[in-house]
Design a protein around this ligand. Structure first.
Ligand code: HEM
Ligand code: SF4
Ligand code: SF4
Length: 688
């Protein structure tokens, strides 16, 4: 099942990667920097947010007005910052979702990568509330909907004894303290946790890429600024709690689940969210698990040089104090739980040289499943069957192996786990011993290396910029590199092989050349780049307000039932006799003894005789001695309604202790609040 999902995901993602490669080139392909781009968009959000904060007023009246001021009076900077703040937040969700999809479809979440995967899940629980609290602060009609719906969701949790949603039903109840709380969470609390969370997320990755290339930063910023000017972000009208907005432009990146509350109860929504999160957390341990023999250190041959520890992309190797009494300071120790069997450490070990005699080819570190000795064996075998004067051996990594396998009389392809598994002395060995006339190192395109640094380390070793370097005596012109995406696999590798063969000295008389297309320039670069950025900006802006969402139908009004009332005590208070009083300590003496526990409160609400809401509300508190609360949002048909609400707070079985009946003409979009005024002990239908 997971495999099928991965294959489908790849089938969808790879054409996109291929298109983006045309515009950005593999070194700048945004799909290779999704985690880093997410962080970069958060930087834009932070900088623009600081500007907004300078002018923002954390009060019911001031919030909306201050944002309006920024948007309209100061459109050239404040308005731009507001739009950038919104669109960069939305863009971060796009890159974040693609980041999750990409790590999943390329199977980069297993083994030690489980840590990054699992620590990524709480980040979702920080990022989404961060966006939600942002929308809350604007205090426009969308903010009202967000506040009300968030409160309904939170009310389901056993955190608050009183209903939070009731605070957002009429303006006389709403207080500034909510704004202060929201501002604190949005500006300080959640961002701090997010920074900490991201730090943990990349903690176990050796050299995580947290910054995208500068060029990519620049073009993404330009796209966001262009979108901000072309389609600035606006508020959606001042809050009027007596009216329900006809429809709202919802930011689907952050508020995707909110409309579900129209049809589902909060319990189902929480169930969905926690279910998806738990499922995500379990994914790294789901089958199919890939068995693999982890790297093993052979102390006999380890000189403690630490190159393997430097090169391991997963920090699986530590250098520890020598344990075998040899004259070296340290020795390499592999943590099997972190090793992903990439073989890169074998490529970095100076003792992994095929010039040693066969029996002695046991490097300081090796992969038992595909050892350096086996690799040398395969090279010798391949050499024996190669013919012609321009023989080439291709080393293809697992990621590219399937696509890149070229086997003809003068070409042999050998599999390696990762291109960087091949120690540079092997290249020397092949060329100096004339086992082949040229070598091609084929692997995943830069930035998308399955083992993160395989392509990079190989390039640097061949360029003699990283140890172990290719020896100076080796003619590097006879070594070609083919860092290619899987879709260009066979064709791409063939083109590199052909180009290398063409560049070699020697007669072509005996060789059979495969007919290959010439490598052409890329006339599509600029148009694809511009189209990709425009499309990205369009998607960011589009889902940020479209499709619009209606809270209620066009011919409906909304009634909110919201009350809090303490039921009567379960039995009458009893006067204590003098004798009983005497037995009590003086400070605890009271005339009456009343039971603590209260009766549940029963509420019935009908319209034109039809039941709209009926509930038996349990008293709150540990001792069931607190108030009973009701909160329900009900869409009803507009028009003349005979509304009746009745409440029983005693143990009577018939009739009501309190009730109110009224004929009200509800107009479409009207919001009527039905509540109980505790001071006068009466029901109220609040219309204004
Ligand atoms: C705020 C949200 C997130 C940010 C900013 C973020 C950022 C990053 C960064 C910068 C890296 C290092 C990439 C590299 O060096 O190649 C990374 C790695 C990773 N992330 Fe995230 N991430 C986020 C959320 C998530 C989520 C939700 C998941 C999955 C549920 C996830 C899964 C992973 C995995 C598996 C890796 C390791 C990749 C590897 O080892 O090649 N991330 N993330
Ligand atoms: S095989 Fe790869 S992950 Fe394992 S220790 Fe070597 S470099 Fe690290
Ligand atoms: S690279 Fe080889 S010799 Fe150097 S510490 Fe690692 S295992 Fe030992």
């Amino acid at each position: 099942m997971l495999k099928l999902l991965q294959q489908t995901g790849r089938a969808l993602l790879e054409p996109l990667r291929a298109i983006l490669d045309r515009g950005f080139g593999p070194a700048l392909n945004p799909l290779n920097f999704l985690g880093a781009l997410t962080i970069y968009f958060f930087w834009i959000v932070t900088v623009s947010g600081i500007w907004l904060f300078i002018f923002f007023e954390t009060s019911v009246i001031g919030a909306y007005e201050s944002v309006e001021y920024l948007t309209h009076e100061q459109w050239y900077l404040g308005g731009l910052m507001r739009s950038l703040h919104r669109y960069a937040s939305d863009a971060a969700i796009i890159t974040l979702v693609l980041h999750i999809i990409k790590e999943f479809v390329y199977d980069r979440y297993r083994g030690m990568r489980w840590f990054s995967w699992v620590t990524g899940v709480p980040l979702l629980w920080l990022v989404i509330p961060l966006g939600i609290t942002g929308y809350w602060l604007v205090w426009d009609q969308l903010a009202w909907y967000v506040a009300l719906t968030s409160a309904e969701l939170l009310d389901w949790l056993p955190i608050f004894s009183e209903s939070m949603a009731r605070n957002f039903l009429s303006s006389d109840v709403l207080s500034d303290r909510f704004f202060t709380l929201m501002a604190f969470m949005h500006l300080i609390g959640l961002p701090l946790f997010l920074v900490f969370g991201i730090w943990i997320h990349v903690l176990r990755i050796n050299g995580p890429r947290i910054n995208p290339p500068r060029m990519l930063m620049a073009v993404s910023l330009v796209a966001m600024i262009a979108l901000s000017f072309v389609y600035p972000a606006f508020s959606q009208g001042e809050v009027d709690m007596t009216q329900v907005p006809e429809s709202l432009g919802l930011d689907w990146y952050y508020l995707l689940v909110y409309p579900l509350l129209k049809v589902w109860s909060p319990a189902w929504v929480w169930g969905l969210l926690t279910g998806v999160s738990l499922l995500l957390c379990m994914v790294p341990w789901m089958p199919p698990q890939r068995p693999g023999s982890v790297a093993e250190v052979d102390l006999e041959n380890c000189n403690g040089c630490a190159r393997c520890a430097d090169d391991c992309p997963f920090s699986a190797i530590t250098m520890e104090q020598r344990s075998d009494g040899k004259a070296y300071d340290s020795e390499a120790v592999v943590d099997p739980s972190l090793c992903l069997t990439c073989g890169i450490c074998v490529g970095s070990c100076p003792t992994a040289t095929p010039f040693r005699r066969h029996s002695a080819l046991s490097p300081g570190i090796d992969i038992p499943g595909l050892s350096a000795a086996v690799l040398r064996e395969r090279v010798l075998e391949a050499s024996e069957r190669l013919q012609g004067s321009r023989r080439i051996i291709v080393f293809a990594c697992q990621g590219s192996a399937k696509a890149a396998k070229i086997n003809d009389p003068q070409t042999a392809t050998l599999d390696v786990i990762c291109a960087a598994q091949l120690p540079p002395p092997f290249l020397d060995f092949i060329l100096s011993r004339k086992l082949a006339d040229g070598v091609v190192m084929a692997g995943c395109a830069g930035g998308n290396c399955q083992y993160r640094f395989g392509a990079q380390w190989t390039e640097q070793r061949i360029a003699r910029k990283r140890d172990p370097q290719l020896r100076k005596r080796v003619n590097a012109d006879l070594i070609a590199q083919a860092w290619l995406e899987p879709w260009s696999g066979f064709r791409g590798t063939s083109a590199v092989v052909a180009a290398l063969r063409d560049s070699m000295p020697g007669s072509a008389a005996t060789d059979v050349e495969p007919s290959l297309p010439a490598v052409r320039g890329n006339p599509w670069k600029l148009p694809v780049l511009a189209a990709a950025l425009a499309l990205f900006a369009f998607i960011v802006g589009w889902l940020s307000v479209w499709p619009r969402f209606s809270l209620i139908g066009a011919d409906e009004a909304m009634i909110s039932v919201s009350l809090s009332h303490a039921g009567q005590r379960i039995s009458e208070c009893r006067k204590l006799s003098q004798e009983e009083l005497n037995k009590l300590p003086p400070n605890m003496r009271k005339l009456d003894e009343c039971p603590r526990e209260r009766l549940p409160v029963k509420v019935t609400f009908t319209s034109n005789g039809n039941m709209l809401y009926q509930a038996t509300l349990s008293p709150s508190g540990l001792w069931t001695d607190g108030e009973s609360s009701a909160y329900q949002r009900l869409p009803v048909k507009a028009g003349m309604q005979q509304l009746f609400i009745g409440m029983v707070d005693s143990d009577r079985s018939e009739g009501f202790d309190y009730f109110l009946e009224e004929n009200i003409n509800l107009v479409p979009g009207q919001h009527l609040v039905v509540t109980f005024d505790g001071t006068v002990q009466e029901f109220v239908f609040k219309q204004e």
